[in-house]
Design a protein around this ligand. Structure first.
Ligand code: HEM
Length: 408
């Protein structure tokens, strides 16, 4: 059997552009292999990724013993302490308790109340761009929109939103980079500390009563609980701020690019808006905004016939699983008629994305507006779109489009 290349090659710009060819080469060599350069198992097959994602023998705890000397580089410790309290990086039984703290804000009913705000925000952005005939989808729409919505949910005032965006960036960079240097670690730790101090002040203030169903209402309802409860709640609100906007930003950019590269699919969607829910799922499968999930073996265990030793890391490559021909016939074809429900883009098992309903709704509203309101929508410029440098997140740094402005 050939030894597959290291996943680290995915950092190279020319591999980013042909990422799914690279994964295919990797998967056809072996769908679960030990990557010596990364010091981790790499899972690329759909069957292995989906079974591993919910396997209780594999832990989501990223920093098992944050306080132990030498366990975490000193510069990273403040960030690691906060991440350790987040549901994404915890196992049962803590995981269920942490998820329950904020899951009420994400019931389908609670999410549906955000629809009007999303429609209004998209309408404002598209109305501003329409007469100009040009826009950078990433800077003008994909970045500001999810930030606006998640900040609305958390009651973050307009004036503070640029700071929230600035704090998120180094943290997302730290989460997505397996070779973070001391400076990057320090920046991420400081940003997380600042974000938490801000959230503490914002969510526990008493000047105005919180609007119902917001996270501030939930924090207020928890008043009287211990400091530890409040710390956990705030750490998970910080998770929402980061998870809730970086990912959706990339989804909007990646999905728009896929439609621009498949004009027939875009036309089909213009003619048949009822296909939008299926299109959203297929676009999530086609180019996943989150490419990796990380797990660590709690004990020696068998995974797809391989022995994973206690403590070893397993990287579950959702983006590769989504293009596995064993699960998706003709996986490189964008097909809105495909049966849904199997992609790994929102994960699988107990950590299944809490914000999935919100992300789907934001994506559908944006794509509908772009297709319906910007006639002649096409890629602009000669430069190929550039991908952000991250193994974990897949997203564009900019996406220039042109369209026909309305005649006066
Ligand atoms: C298209 C956009 C999104 C994608 C692709 C995405 C992807 C994911 C994935 C793959 C996981 C599972 C990680 C794992 O098992 O290790 C996850 C978990 C999570 N996501 Fe999302 N996400 C998106 C949007 C959102 C939004 C909008 C929010 C919140 C407002 C959110 C909040 C969360 C939270 C809190 C978790 C942790 C759940 C848990 O550990 O129980 N996500 N997401």
């Amino acid at each position: 059997m050939r030894t597959p290349s290291s996943l680290l090659r995915a950092f190279r710009p020319q591999v980013q552009e042909n990422l799914y060819d690279f994964y295919e080469e990797m998967r056809s060599a072996d769908d679960l292999f030990w990557d010596r350069s990364l010091g981790a198992w790499i899972a690329t097959g759909h069957a292995v990724v989906s079974s591993a994602a919910g396997d209780p023998g594999l832990s989501s705890v990223r920093y098992p013993d944050v306080e132990a000397p030498g366990a975490v580089p000193e510069e990273l410790r403040p960030l690691a302490r906060v991440l350790s309290r987040q549901m994404l990086y915890s196992d049962a039984p803590d995981h269920a308790r942490l998820r329950a703290l904020i899951s009420k804000a994400f019931t389908p009913r609670a999410v549906a109340t955000l629809r009007t705000r999303i429609v209004e925000a998209v309408d404002r952005i598209v109305t501003r761009a329409a007469p100009t005939g040009r826009m950078d989808v990433v800077a003008d729409l994909a970045r500001p929109l999810p930030l606006t919505i998640i900040c609305d949910l958390l009651d973050v005032p307009e004036r503070d939103r640029p700071a929230v965006a600035a704090w998120s960036e180094p943290v997302a960079e730290a989460i997505g980079n397996s070779r973070l240097d001391a400076e990057g670690s320090r920046a991420a730790s400081q940003s997380m500390t600042d974000m938490l101090a801000y959230l503490r002040e914002l969510l526990t203030r008493h000047d105005t009563p919180p609007a119902p169903h917001t996270l501030r209402a939930m924090v207020t309802a928890q008043a009287g609980n211990t400091d530890q409860d409040l710390d956990e709640l705030l750490a998970n609100c910080a998770l929402l701020l980061i998870a809730g906007h970086e990912t959706t930003t990339h989804f909007i950019g990646n999905a728009t690019l896929a439609l621009l590269r498949h004009p027939q699919a875009a036309d089909q969607l213009r003619r048949r808006p009822d296909l939008m829910p299926a299109a959203v799922e297929e676009l999530l499968r086609y180019d996943a905004p989150v490419q990796l999930m990380l797990r660590r073996a709690r004990r020696d265990l068998d995974l797809a016939g391989r022995t994973i030793a206690e403590g070893q890391t397993v990287l579950l490559v959702c983006g590769a699983a989504n293009r596995d021909p064993a699960a998706f016939p003709d996986p490189h074809v964008l097909d809105f008629g495909r049966p849904g429900g199997r992609h790994m883009s929102f994960g699988h098992g107990p950590h299944f994305c809490l914000g999935a309903a919100l992300a789907r709704m934001e994506g559908a509203i944006v794509l509908e507006a772009l297709l319906a309101r910007l006639p002649g929508l096409r890629l602009d410029g000669t430069e190929p779109p550039r991908w952000q440098r991250s193994l974990n997140f897949r997203g564009l740094t900019r996406l220039d489009v042109a369209f026909t402005p309305p005649t006066a």
